[in-house]
Design a protein around this ligand. Structure first.
Ligand code: ATP
Ligand code: MG
Length: 796
């Protein structure tokens, strides 16, 4: 029997970030296939078993939608393991040969298939999922982690029928048919179980969702149904992690003479999420080649490698190491697409790192904030430890201000230790704390285990000679346990907390410290608790602890006399102008563009940078940074995919009702009145107040006047645009019609004044006749006003 190789794990090892790597196998290149063909051609070989149990799953049907889009429809008939007859999905026995289709429960540890009803694995003793049956495991719901199920189902109503920026991942077993032929049914079955288990675990780890089992692999989405602003990075992390896990599984199989390899492909683009069933099956329509191109990438990849399209590459550049594979001909794809091999994690970790590689724009408009931070630092240096949080909307410049500040501290020879919380941080707990501890001990990236052990031991001895017993714990925490050391006993978290408290106190006794926690809105629960310990520990020391985060994160450790908050507002007009001047230049052709960008981006420096970058990439701007020329007249600006994903992900974190209200408000306009909104969304006073409260708290909107009718305005023009455009045309049209009808009712005494607005909403709803009627009324009003005015001006 072949078993997955077991890997030695330390007390913290399940939490240690995976060593991302990817080998470049030279095995034969697989014949490129049509994406439709790839799915259909393997249909006969569909012996697919979801990871957490046993089920036979047929391949998704791929049908051409309108405009050449692809439409997948989940269809999972039950294939008999014995005669391969395709049975109805609900079948318990094969209609052809009578074989039971409920065959057992796969052990999550060793993948042995155990009889249904058995509580422990009869091979390794692991507890089996209670009552797991083949029928249940055929549903995506059965292999999706509970927190993701809840997230999707709670907001399902709001997720359906939306456009989403996603990254699609295809993973496929190489030469699965030949392998299946060489194995007996049971062994093949076990292999597939383990294979799908690894895939599911790796994909869910980075919050992807498996949309389909494709016979000998899977198709997964990152960024849908729930949006993620870093969907492409998550997809790449997942692919590297999976390759790592699958390679170690393959080496175990090779030891018993089985050749096993997997290839993967990724592409990023837009999909429209269709209906999401109770079982989490999702219908979606991919726009253009989003899915087909991901399948092509996978088909082109060498066994054991991951290929990504240029669309994904653009989003992850610098964060991952890529090798250019040129622009091979891709069947069915007329415009050349550059292909890259994904090799490993790159040198950049944060978006700010990426910006610094491109060359930071000169910091504008933050002198007051920096001076204020200097003041707090001065207090901390007098052994009066301080804690500051810098809070502001996404992209407003929190990380940049903090970076400028800590650079000034370094220039004054003040020791700075910093840690960053990555957006996928919740899937790999304790990353920021580990980074902070590494910084305490002066550990560089990729240092050999021996060097790490030596440095930690030396530093610990120098700073805290009395805590030598913390050494094994720290080494274990950093993922480099002493080879012969006994296992670290449970209770590690409390001991790490105690170490952090003690270390900060001792260190700051000899020199002042600045600790920076960047992008704390992504922090995981375990790290958050440890930051709470640090916040308490800095009191009475020469330490300044700064954290920056978005307003939606509300840490438990705020408050107290040594705590301060620095709210960061968008850049003012002058600073925005300066930044745009720095980015675009002052050519005559870009004068209006500069104003347009400033208006649309509302002083958010990240949005400003991204809009300018997107214009340069699309060719609308020619020349170079700081000296661009506009090459074509600009009627409108498209929202860059990066900004779209960021805002869509924020919107998806709202409650279903708040999101519905935001979408309706986006249809009404930049500014909206509560009674009109209430008529359109049809919510009761209490629910509407709760939704509006949530939207204000999350800083999507703010109230501009409470009386006579409460009026609100979108804080950011782009939020409104994303909330508007993510909805399907049909839904928008319906809402426009409702707004028009509501205006007719609510403005019955001022219809003339509102005629052109009502006409606009009827127009957008597709009701041309109504629109024309109201336009005429608006025109009559205008002419009567002019006429009246002229009459008044005429001498009597
Ligand atoms: N005052 C400024 N002057 C010039 N450029 C700025 C300024 N503030 C921010 N930027 C630039 O804008 C981009 C976004 O800034 P930053 O990453 O600091 O935003 P953030 O608020 O931390 O965003 P997030 O909430 O996503 O973490 C960066 O490239 C940064 O260099
Ligand atoms: Mg930031």
């Amino acid at each position: 029997m072949c078993r997955p190789p077991r890997r030695a794990r330390s007390a913290w090892s399940s939490r240690v970030p995976p060593a991302f790597s990817c080998n470049g196998s030279t095995a034969r290149r697989r014949r490129a296939r049509d994406p439709c063909e790839s799915v259909r051609s393997t249909a006969g070989a569909a012996r697919v078993t979801p990871a957490s149990g046993v089920a036979n799953v047929a391949l998704p049907r791929l049908s051409a939608g309108s405009r050449g889009d692809y439409k997948w429809r989940g269809s999972l008939p039950m294939r008999c393991p014995r005669c391969r007859h395709e049975n109805r999905e609900t079948a318990h026995f094969c209609g052809e040969c009578g074989t039971s289709l409920a065959r057992g429960v796969a052990c999550p540890h060793c993948a042995t298939v155990n009889p249904v009803g058995q509580r422990f694995c009869d091979s390794c003793g692991q507890r089996l999922a209670a009552g797991g049956t083949a029928d249940r495991t055929r549903e995506p719901r059965a292999y999706t982690p509970r927190h993701l199920i809840e997230k999707i189902l709670v907001t399902r109503g709001a997720l359906q029928g939306e456009r989403k920026q996603v990254t699609v991942l295809f993973a496929d077993m190489v030469d699965s048919l030949q392998l299946a032929e060489r194995l007996d049914a049971e062994e093949w079955h076990r292999l597939l179980d383990r294979f799908f288990q690894i895939l599911a675990e790796g994909i869910h780890r980075f919050e992807g969702t498996i949309n389909q089992f494709t016979g000998d692999g899977v198709m997964a989405l990152f960024g849908a149904p729930v949006a993620h602003e870093d969907h492409a990075r998550r997809g790449c992390h997942a692919a590297l992690h999976l390759m790592d896990e699958l390679r170690s599984y393959a080496s175990g199989l090779r030891a018993v003479g089985r050749e096993f390899a997997v290839r993967m492909g990724l592409n990023s683009g837009e999909v429209v999420v269709g209906t999401i069933g109770d079982d989490l099956r999702m219908d979606y329509t991919a726009q253009g080649h989003t899915v087909g191109l991901a399948a092509r990438m996978e088909q082109m990849a060498q066994p054991g490698t991951v290929y990504v399209s240029e669309h994904t590459a653009r989003l992850v550049e610098g964060f991952f190491t890529l090798r250019d594979q040129g622009t091979p001909a891709l069947k069915g794809v007329s415009t050349p697409v550059r292909v890259f091999a994904l090799l490993g994690v790159g040198p950049l970790r944060t978006r700010l790192d990426a910006a610094s590689v491109l060359g930071f724009s000169r910091l504008v408009g933050r002198e007051e904030e920096l001076a204020w931070l200097d003041g707090v630092l001065a207090r901390a240096l007098e052994s009066n430890g301080q804690v500051v949080s810098v809070v502001g909307e996404a992209g407003v410049g929190k990380s940049r201000v903090c970076l400028e500040f800590v650079n000034r501290c370094r220039a004054r020879s003040i020791a700075v230790h910093q840690a960053h919380c990555p957006a996928h941080g919740a899937s790999v707990p304790l990353l920021p704390i580990r980074e902070l501890v590494r910084s305490f001990f002066g550990l560089g990236d990729g240092e050999p285990a021996e060097v790490v052990r030596q440095k930690v031991a030396d530093q610990l001895r120098a700073v805290d000679p009395g805590s030598a017993d913390a050494l094994p714990l720290l080494l274990d925490f950093l993922g480099v346990p002493e080879p012969d050391a006994p296992a670290v006993s449970p209770g590690g978290h409390e001991r790490i907390a105690a170490f952090l408290r003690r270390f900060v106190r001792l260190r700051s006794a000899s020199e002042p410290l600045v600790l920076l926690l960047d992008d704390a809105h992504w922090i995981d629960r375990e790290s958050d608790a440890l930051v709470g310990e640090l916040v308490a520990a800095v009191r009475g020391t020469s330490t300044l602890l700064i954290a920056n985060f978005r307003p939606e994160y509300r840490p438990a450790w705020t408050g107290g006399s040594h705590y301060h908050q620095l709210p960061l507002a968008p850049l003012g007009q002058e600073a925005s102008r300066e930044l745009l001047h720095e980015l675009i230049g002052s050519d005559d052709s870009v004068g209006d563009l500069s104003d347009l960008v400033r208006e649309r981006t509302g002083g958010n420096p990240f949005f400003i940078e991204e809009v300018v970058h997107a214009l340069a990439v699309s060719g609308s701007l020619a020349g170079e940074r700081g000296a661009y020329r506009l090459t074509a007249p600009l009627e409108s600006l498209t929202i860059p995919a990066t900004v779209q994903s960021l805002l869509a992900a924020r919107i998806d974190r709202l409650s279903e009702e708040a999101k519905r209200v935001l979408q309706a408000a986006a249809v009404i306009g930049k500014q909206f009145e509560e009674p009109l909104l209430k008529t359109v969304v049809g919510l009761g006073d209490h629910d509407l107040a709760a939704a509006l409260g949530g939207l204000q708290e999350a800083e999507f909107i703010h109230q501009v006047s409470p009386y006579p009718e409460p009026q609100y305005v979108f804080r950011h023009p782009l939020t409104r645009e994303v909330a508007y455009h993510a909805q399907l045309g049909e839904q928008r049209a319906r809402l426009h019609a409702e707004v028009a009808a509501a205006l007719e009712k609510l403005r019955v005494d001022r219809l003339g004044e509102y005629a052109s607005l009502i006409a606009h909403h009827w127009d957008a709803s597709g009701m041309r006749f109504e629109a024309a009627r109201w336009r005429r009324r608006a025109a009559l009003r205008v002419s009567s006003i002019k006429l009246g005015g002229r009459r008044r001006m005429q001498p009597r």
